[in-house]
Design a protein around this ligand. Structure first.
Ligand SMILES: Nc1ncnc2c1ncn2[C@@H]1O[C@H](COP(=O)(O)OP(=O)(O)OP(=O)(O)O)[C@@H](O)[C@H]1O
Ligand SMILES: [Mg+2]
Length: 375
């Protein structure tokens, strides 16, 4: 197993950081700062070095300081046998540029192979509270971190879906394009089925691992249950084989075609997928308390840490954005215990109870208006 950690970060014109040189501790790093000083921005810059994009915006350019035309993020990542220098440059009106050890990447998705991170922030409650697209986004992000080609298949599927929907709208007037629909169906089934099988496997792993963690955190009082749902395949056994998914998918698309033309949109497909999240047999969205929801998300995030360790054989870096103070003492203890062997970067608006961290090697910083000082 490879222990990976971010050794240093350099930011230029990144959000409210004009010029930052930061050296991090191998283990625990705690950043204390009032609201709007740059805590989440700092975590975002580290996430960017892992995923090649932000966890809170799809607009890369939002990360450039509003008064500037370009920004730079550099991170040195060290591990047992790894020495990686990740650099990202964003410019208005130009494509994003990423370099690893000074070599420019042709495609952003290659970046996924480097540093892995797991973020946990109050925003993550939306995974439970919001609609299906929030849950799909969550698993999409995590699966592409583990398996880069997943994002490629998903993007391809979405592109074809978009074209198919446009064609359906036209077909209300002009039905001649049936042969084109057949081509789109074939392409959608091909890339879409790969996405479905990856989603099903991931959610199964996540369900297994998060159920155990959740049971531990709640001292056996709560059972967390996750289940992947797709309108493409009904029988769970069929989701395990790509041929069965393809067959079901094609049959359903063909069967629904008249309805799709009428509505001008595609009903069957993974763009409608969802995940059931139940606690003690009750839908967590409607019945769980705020604290229970938070714990469920925490269990899912810690399960992700396990999955990354297992699949990538690397330790991920854990980013905790202002979540410690929201957990009760027992849950906090559990969390601190699990990150003993990871590099962890924690933010908080208040001084946190350091006794809980007892013997852990740690470094404490203050953030004020885009400046960081070691304490
Ligand atoms: N592109 C940008 N250019 C300049 N400033 C920006 C840009 N994007 C965000 N900011 C500013 O950065 C500041 C810090 O944001 P950040 O989200 O990191 O705060 P925070 O310390 O996490 O606060 P909170 O405790 O409220 O979560 C905000 O005041 C925001 O206006
Ligand atoms: Mg914040």
């Amino acid at each position: 197993m490879l222990y990976l950690y971010v050794d240093s970060v350099r930011l230029i014109n990144f959000r409210n950081y004009m010029n930052l040189n930061l050296e991090l501790n191998k283990k625990v790093n705690i950043f204390i700062g009032k609201n709007a000083q740059g805590k989440t921005n700092l975590l975002e810059s580290i996430y960017l070095c892992s995923a090649g994009k932000s966890f809170r915006t799809n607009g890369d350019k939002d990360m450039i300081n509003i008064k500037k035309n370009q920004c730079y993020v550099g991170a040195k990542v060290f591990g047992n046998h790894i020495d990686k220098f990740i650099e990202i440059k964003l410019e208005r009106n130009k494509p994003k540029r990423i370099k690893i050890n000074k070599l420019e990447l042709e495609k952003n998705r290659d970046l996924y192979s480097g540093l892995n991170v797991v973020v946990f922030s109050p925003e993550d409650l939306r995974i439970i509270k919001d609609g299906p697209s929030e849950r799909r986004n969550f698993i999409d992000r995590e699966i592409s971190q583990i398996k880069p080609v997943y994002r490629y298949n998903l993007n391809r599927y979405n592109k074809i879906l978009f074209q198919r929907n446009n064609l359906l709208k036209n077909m209300r007037m002009n039905k001649k394009n049936k042969h084109l629909i057949d081509i789109f169906n074939m392409q959608m089934v091909k890339s879409g089925s790969k996405v479905i099988i990856d989603r099903a496997r991931f959610v199964e792993n996540l369900a297994l691992s998060s159920r155990n963690i959740h049971r531990d955190i709640t001292y056996g009082k709560e059972e967390l249950f996750l289940k992947y749902r797709t309108n493409v395949v009904e029988r769970f056994d069929d989701i395990l084989y790509i041929e069965n998914i393809e067959k079901n998918f094609m049959e359903k698309l063909e069967k629904d075609i008249n309805n799709d033309i009428l509505k001008g949109t595609t009903k069957i497909g993974l763009h409608r997928d969802d995940i059931d999240i139940f606690i003690n047999n009750m839908d967590s969205k409607t019945f769980a308390s705020q604290g229970q929801q938070r714990t469920a998300v925490l269990s899912m995030k810690l399960a992700e840490v396990d999955i990354i360790k297992e699949e990538k054989e690397d330790f991920p870096v854990l980013l905790l954005d202002d979540v410690l103070s929201e957990l009760d003492k027992d849950r906090r203890k559990y969390l601190i215990h699990t990150f003993r062997d990871l590099q962890t970067i924690i933010t908080s608006t208040d001084i946190i109870d350091l006794e809980e961290f007892d013997s852990l090697e740690k470094k404490i910083f203050c953030i004020e208006n885009g400046n960081v000082n070691a304490n």
